[in-house]
Every structure is written in C-alpha cells, then in structure tokens.
Unconditional design. Structure first.
Length: 239
C-alpha cells in the first residue's frame, strides 16, 4: 500500500491541479510493473490504468474512476441463508448493532412505525401492549419513511418524539426501508413466503405488524388498521 497526497487526489477527480499531470502519473511512479491497480482508500474506489513505462497523461485525462460509497442503514445477513428472524442483525435507534437472536424464546411483534401518520397514536397502544403483556410478547419498532414521507426525521429526532409524546420504552431500531427494491433484508424475508414459509404480505402503509413465534418464525401479518390492544391481535398473541 502507498499513500497519495490529498491535493493529488483532488486534482485527479474533476479539478486537475495545473502543476500535476494526474493521479495516473503519481501512481505509475510507485507501480511501474503493473498495468492496472485497484486502490482502496477511505470513502473512495480508484481504478488506475498504468503503463509499464510510466504514464504521461495530460491534466484532466488521468484514467481514474471514482464511485460514491454506499453506506448501509442497517447491518443484516443475506436473506438467501436466513431461516428465521434470528439470522438478522440491525442497528438500534442509537446506532448499536442488535442481533435479533437476542430475543430467542420470546414472541415478537415487529412494527414499521412513523411519526407523522394517522396511525401514529398506535405508539400509545404499542407501549401499553409492551408493558401489560411483557410476559407474552416483545414489541420492536422499525421507523420507516416509505409511505407518505411520514418519518422524515433523524434517529435522534424519532427517539425524542416517541419518548416525549408516548413514553415509548420498547426497543426502537434505526430508520430503515421496509418496502420496495431497497427494503432491508429483514423485511425482504418477512414479505416473502418463499423465505418465511407463511406469507407474502408486505407493509403497504405505516404500522403494519408481523407476529413472530418463540422460535423466530413468522406467525401472521396484520395490516395498519389492526389495533395493538385489539382483540384480533391479543388473541393471536395468546395462542
């Protein structure tokens, strides 16, 4: 590995420094025997094509490709090998990784939440469910901005909102996508019968709910309108 001065990188990507012949020239000084090198630098991927005798590219024509890194919003395993929700790890609302296997042996209610939705008052019933039926089920909240742009805030803003307005104490996770091509792997698993063995139902609005049994498998899906303290859900939890 070798270091490239910061001003050289700036000159190579979009703004050539008038006194530098491009990053390809600098790299070739270090790696004359190789025709192509892929350089991994923090936050940047550089692919440089180098001649064996050195590069004499003019400023602005250095053969460098820069790509914008993608920062995942949640840590998780591939759905291809998942056999239960215990195979997934996601960041909590404070950015700390939480393996769902932590909840092994407990029924879980996974809910995609939002702060500016007509169903947002369900936070109050979810907290009530979490407190009154803690011996039967653990509620996990997953803030998402997929529907109506109704969860626009940061994780810190979401946490503050939930605590201030509803006294939420059940676990909240970092904001994720729960639908569409960018859905978090956990929600890809939850919404695919081929993977979870039970349902193809996917969240189509805020406050949809998945009931998970004590072995980490999907039991049922409940749409937004099903109330957390309603008979339908309580009956399913009690079975």
């Amino acid at each position: 590995m070798f270091k490239i001065p910061a001003f050289t990188m700036a000159g190579a990507v979009g703004h050539p420094h008038p006194n530098i012949r491009g990053i390809g020239w600098v790299v070739s000084r270090k790696l004359r025997t190789s025709r192509m090198k892929t350089l991994h630098l923090p936050g940047l991927l550089l692919v440089a094509t180098l001649g064996t005798g050195g590069c004499t590219s003019a400023p602005g024509t250095s053969p460098v490709t820069a790509t914008t890194p993608v920062t995942p919003t949640a840590m998780s395993e591939s759905t291809a090998t998942a056999t239960s929700v215990y195979d997934f790890t996601l960041n909590d609302i404070n950015g700390q990784p939480v393996p769902l296997s932590r909840y092994r042996g407990k029924k879980l209610l996974l809910v995609n939440t939002a702060s500016e939705c007509g169903y947002t008052p369900q936070y109050q019933e979810l907290e009530q469910l979490s407190r009154q039926h803690a011996d039967q089920v653990t509620v996990l909240g997953f803030p998402a901005n997929n529907f109506g742009g109704q969860e626009p805030g940061s994780d810190a803003q979401i946490a503050s909102f939930c605590e201030k307005n509803f006294g939420v104490t059940f676990p909240l996770f970092s904001k994720v996508s729960v639908a569409g091509s960018d859905a978090a792997p956990l929600f890809q698993y939850l919404g695919s019968k081929a993977q979870n063995g039970v349902t193809d139902e996917k969240p189509n609005w805020n406050f949809c709910k998945y009931l998970i049994d004590e072995t980490g498998h999907v039991v049922a899906f409940f749409p937004s309108k099903v109330k957390p303290m309603g008979e339908e859900l309580l009956s399913a939890i009690g079975k």
